[in-house]
Write a protein that binds this ligand. Sequence first.
Ligand code: HOZ
Length: 428
Amino acid sequence: MSLSEQLFERAKRVMPGGVNSPVRAFNAVGGAPKFIQKAQGAVITDEDGVSYLDFVNSWGPMILGHGDPAVRQAVEQAVREGLSFGAATRREVEMAELICEAVQPIEMARMVNSGTEAVMSALRLARGFTGREKLIKFAGCYHGHCDSMLVKAGSGALTNGAPDSAGVTKGAAQDTLLAEYNDLHSVEALLDQYPNQVAAIIVEPVGANMGVVLPEAGFLPGLRRLCDKHGALLIFDEVITGFRLAFGGAVEYFGVEPDLVCYGKIIGGGMPVGAYGGRREIMSCVSPLGAVYQAGTLSGNPVAMAAGLANLTQLRNRPEIYQYINRLGEKLAQGLRQALPGCAVNQIGSLVCAFFTPGPVTDFASAKQSDVDRYAAYFRYMLANGVYLAPAQFEAMFVSRAHTEADIDQTVQLARRAPGGVTRVGLR
Ligand code: HOZ
């Protein structure tokens, strides 16, 4: 038994499914999860000393790759100064300034500890600001595990067959209205059906938790227009796209201004963190300025802020990093399109996803057409040959600055020989 397998046996006795986040259990792809001991650059190494080219990248935040020297140095310095004070610090001011500078519509931001917290808080704020109760979300979009968002949710909820989670009360879910991604008519119909009742439309500007699903031209501007017409707020969940598609995230990339933006791990360079922000008028409703309560001892934690600042500052100062990772993302997608015939490969910037269906994949329904057993066979082959992909179809591949052209070539070559690959068509 490998050390990973031994750890998994121990873990299953004391942790649900042996993991602290469902997708890590490898239920969707089979086999025991790899227990990761360390990572450097584009490579992660498991407890058995086996190394893999990493396309998970902690689900997004390692845009610079693992173990970036400046991030490590900043964390070491912060640790020497103190782990947590539960009091205001310089670094959280710098982080809020950086976010406001990066993303035009954000005039004020509040730090929290995860994307889930950011979304939960932004939704409460939208309701407090508008005095309305209903929310529109899109089938297949994942916004963390707060109750009102666990309705037709993507990511691990979808992978594990629980897009509508047990334990969510009717009361918590009844104000969540479901629309179809890339379908403005479905949004408009809900706004018409519930006049003056919708507080906010929340969307992943790029769907990245049902695989990667791109917004069609006109979809995001259309949401902006509908929000303006009906007096609802537009919330971008940029947990995946923030600071990745561009320094200003999807807001900059698509040129559409939401009212509120949510961030998670992406602003922490690998540390647990999140933030939400928006126009001053709206953010002024947050306590202690306003009546919408939200708080947290670890919010703005100095070590998390240090890691995030070191990460984001490099991204701000070196725009060529975006050109590089976006070019590699495109190269990877082009390679996979040839390597995996009959698969729809969606890509935007450094986010890539191969669906085992001819596609096109444009929404939740078309994403679910993917043959997840074929994905699992493909995943297992890639893993056995040293490439670590997301252990579920409905996730993204993340390219980082640490990946090289040769890494991409090697990955594509391997995919050609994998089950489903061009040299293995018909074999499983
Ligand atoms: N929700 C994450 C994927 N979109 C998975 C988190 C994790 O397992 O670390």
